[in-house]
Design a protein around this ligand. Structure first.
Ligand code: NAD
Length: 337
């Protein structure tokens, strides 16, 4: 049996607790993982002088994959966020954010099954901005053919691999004719290489309304950075919010899997936080490793525990702690593998 080495960054706040619960649940799949545990975040600033020690980057380059907990971004320290740092150093150009309804999680919809594929490196987030005198400022929106092509190809490859039926490109090309126009043009060219997958486009404002009114009509959303950032939170809201929203940042060589939520410092050390978002991130990681059956068992295990509703955390209406919920998922998974 293959033994996978996976870099593990528990992170700050509730990170270590949800990571411990997740490891217990993943172990129940039987996949042999050697976790390479490394620290990053506010907790290591004193020791390393940076929240993102080089040893963390080096480990991810070596193992190729990481599971990461949330990290507190120190305010006013002058250091860039660890998440931005990892994205830039490892060129993690694709941000993947699935949003699927989970029976037992309170939300307004029951049949949402969406994936937001967000370009992670360009657009207004390239950070090229400057003041113009005292009373104005400019930010430059950067869209390149290369950046657009690789994210479009990623979205179509993902759709094909996952048996998805449709990719919707999101843009504002009616106004930003050159930048969003290029993104849309390239998306259309890439789409032509995937005749088995339906392709359409939506203007971002209309897309927002449609997602609120008829989210079940959409499947894979292909977005430039800014719209993807906003719509992925909107989509998380459609299915019950932060506690259940997983994510992945993927590059050519490496991939980092992490929940969408932050370090929720007020719950740190209280055994209260919901481990679901990190467990679902581990589902994405197992799939990425090619362990599809184990990923499916972990996915169904966590959904079964939530559907039953007995051993879930406070935010899902239960009284279980983080650890107990992780154990409950592990027991379900053990029945499924
Ligand atoms: P947050 O996501 O940490 O918390 C917002 C609220 O959501 C919490 O008060 C809590 O009620 C709830 N919540 C979040 N995760 C939960 C969970 N797993 N279980 C139960 N409830 C949960 O957002 P914030 O308070 O804005 O940020 C706190 C810190 O986290 C900041 O330093 C921020 O920079 C950082 N952050 C890090 C990441 C990351 O590492 N990817 C992402 C977002 C925020």
């Amino acid at each position: 049996m293959t033994c996978y080495r996976v870099t593990c960054i528990p992170g700050d706040g509730i990170g270590p607790e949800i990571m411990a619960a997740t490891k217990v649940a993943v172990a129940a799949t039987g996949v042999d993982i050697e976790w390479v545990d490394l620290e990053a975040g506010a907790g290591v600033m004193d020791r390393f002088g940076t929240p993102l020690p080089q040893s963390v980057i080096a480990s991810i380059r070596e193992t190729k994959v990481a599971l990461k907990g949330p990290i507190t971004t120190p305010v006013g320290s002058g250091f860039r966020s660890v998440n931005v740092g990892l994205r830039k150093e490892l060129d993690l150009y694709a941000n993947l954010r699935p949003a699927a309804s989970i029976p037992g999680v309170r939300s307004r919809y029951e049949n949402v099954d969406l994936i937001v594929v967000r370009e992670n490196t360009e657009d207004l987030y390239a950070g090229v901005e400057h003041r113009v005198g005292l009373d104005a400022a400019e930010s430059i929106k950067i869209i390149t053919r290369r950046g657009s092509e690789r994210i479009a190809r990623f979205a179509f490859e993902y759709a094909r691999r996952e048996g998805r039926r449709k990719v919707t490109a999101v843009h504002k090309a009616n106004i930003m004719k050159l930048t969003d126009g290029l993104f849309l043009e390239v998306a259309g060219q890439v789409a032509a290489e995937y005749p088995d997958i339906e392709f359409e486009d939506r203007i971002v404002d209309n897309m927002s309304m449609q997602l609120v009114q008829k989210p079940e009509l959409y499947d894979v959303l292909l977005c430039p950075n800014l719209y993807g950032d906003i719509l992925s939170d909107l989509c998380a809201g459609l299915v019950g919010g932060l506690g259940v929203a997983p994510g992945a940042n993927i590059g050519e060589e490496t991939a980092v899997f992490e929940p969408v939520h932050g370090s929720a410092p007020k719950y740190a050390g209280l055994d209260k936080a919901n481990p679901t978002a990190l467990i679902l991130s581990a589902v994405l990681l197992l799939k990425h490793l090619g362990e599809v059956a184990a990923a499916q068992a972990l996915y169904e295990g966590v959904r079964a525990v939530i559907r039953e509703g007995r051993r879930v955390t406070y935010d899902l209406g239960g009284t279980a702690g983080t650890r107990e919920m992780g154990e409950a998922v592990a027991e379900q998974v053990a029945r499924l593998v």
